[in-house]
Write a protein that binds this ligand. Structure first.
Ligand code: GLU
Length: 453
């Protein structure tokens, strides 16, 4: 069976950088090994799931460079979940329970009072057919729990039963099924929480590796038991650490600022976002990788740290700037109008790229060159008058700056900052910016003369 992974978001909001981390780690894992990537929308919650969010997630993944081999929706698979539910009931592995939430709460408090763990006592399993009929006649509806295989012959005498797996990230894991309550697989209203649909899909879609956040570690023990109850071989599991924001809080879909869509709109490069999303919380340096192949080389599951990783916006700014400084004109030209930069984009881009943090800032520099308001200090006026007189007669080209400043140095005795800064401020209105020798040809003779006194 070929390697197959899945990314399974609920379309109840926009995905953020932490969700992107899960998607990318799966995508790169499949990419490295020539496997398949399935995008699965966990949209069984009909009220909170929205088509616009599903489309937004697909769009954001595409922006990051992820192209799923296949897209599936849980909402289209209710019949499959229904069939598996009936099979589990017939096998005696799902049993009806009628406790209301407050009754369960009271049970847990009583257990805590007696120093016992808050594990469900399987009271539902003791009900006779008549007792169940009586409850239902009173209008009570059952929810259905999965009978965990944590006993030998007496379900009311659970014994330590270890579920083990070799986690692709965290190494060998052991969870005792006797320490867990039988999970609810079907709610009172007949809908399924995530546990059963996910396992049914993972079986039907031939998922070989489930890679997800470490908030799912405890679910894994239950899901492995469920795979086995359904006669399927469990996939491999890997649980990566989660991202936190700079103040140490977990990320939520409501955190708009870190949504992939907002980062895209704010002009960040997909590879800067992808590199940071994957490489923070992994051993080795966090660098902006130029493409997915390079990032795939670095994305090693065993290099992921076990503690949460902090996402820092300043780090994203730095990575983005680094990427932009190395980008070629062919990589960015389509983002600009052909008339941008006076039609000289190809020549202007290499001059400006090291002075911008985002590609979209390049036109700001062009605007500055075209419309600069000269800044002229009183002490520099006379010097600039001389500069005007000594401006080379020949066409302003790449050599003009050297020629001009050499002549100025000889005549005025100024050097270093005292020589260059008054010219930069007069010609660009700024104290910093691209190399003056390269800017000069774009400013051109007419504007140079107009800005000098
Ligand atoms: N829909 C689940 C979630 O977003 C999927 C978890 C999984 O990957 O199994 O948490």
């Amino acid at each position: 069976m070929s390697l197959t992974v899945r990314f399974a978001p609920s379309p109840t909001g926009n995905i953020h950088i932490g969700n992107a981390r899960t998607a990318l780690i799966n995508w790169l894992y499949a990419k490295r090994q020539g496997g398949q990537f399935i995008l699965r929308f966990d949209d069984t919650d009909r009220e909170r799931s929205k088509e616009e969010y599903a489309q937004g997630i697909a769009r954001d993944l595409a922006w990051l460079g992820i192209e799923p081999d296949r897209v599936e929706r849980q909402s289209a698979r209710m019949a499959e979940y229904g069939a598996v539910t009936e099979k589990l009931k017939a096998d005696g592995l799902l049993y009806a329970c009628y406790e209301a939430p407050d009754e369960l709460d009271r049970k847990r408090k009583r257990q805590a009072g007696r120093g016992l763990p808050p594990v469900y006592d399987r009271a539902g399993l003791k009900l006779s057919d008549d007792e169940r009929k009586e409850l239902e006649a009173k209008g009570r509806k059952p929810h259905w729990r999965f009978l965990l295989p944590n006993f030998e012959s007496d379900a009311f005498a659970p014994q330590r039963t270890e579920v083990r797996w070799d986690d692709l990230v965290r190494g060998p894991q052991t969870i005792d099924l006797a320490s867990m309550s039988d999970p609810v697989l079907v709610r009172e209203d007949g809908t399924w929480p995530y546990t059963l649909p996910s396992v049914v899909d993972d079986i039907d879609f031939g998922i070989t590796h489930v890679i997800r956040g470490d908030d799912h570690v405890a679910n894994t023990a239950v899901q492995i038991a469920l795979f086995e109850a359904l006669g399927a071989k469990p996939p491999m599991f890997g649980h990566h650490n989660l991202l936190m924001n700079a103040s140490g809080e977990g990320l939520s879909k409501r955190l708009g600022s870190l949504s992939i869509h907002n980062l895209a709109e704010a002009g960040y490069e997909p590879m800067a976002v992808a590199s940071l999303a994957v490489l923070i919380g992994m051993s080795g340096s966090v660098e902006a990788m130029r493409d997915m192949d390079a990032l795939a080389e670095r994305a090693d599951l065993s290099a992921i740290s076990k503690s949460a990783a902090k996402f820092d916006m300043a780090e994203l700014d730095g990575l983005n700037a680094k990427l932009v400084h190395g980008m070629e004109w062919v990589e960015v030209r389509e983002r600009f109008d052909p008339e941008a930069f006076g039609g000289q984009g190809e020549a202007f881009w290499p001059v400006v790229r090291e002075n911008i943090d985002k590609v979209g800032e390049a036109p700001v520099w062009w605007e500055r060159l075209v419309t600069a308001e000269p800044v002229i200090g009183a002490d520099d006026r006379e010097f600039l008058v001389t500069a005007r007189r000594l401006l080379p007669e020949s066409e302003i080209g790449p050599e003009s700056w050297r020629e001009w400043t050499t002549a100025l140095k000889e005549e005025t005795g100024r050097k270093g900052r005292a020589l260059f800064m008054p010219l930069r401020k007069a010609l660009t209105g700024q104290e910093h910016g691209p190399d003056m020798s390269q800017l000069l040809p774009f400013i051109g003779r007419e504007r140079i003369l107009a800005r000098l006194p």
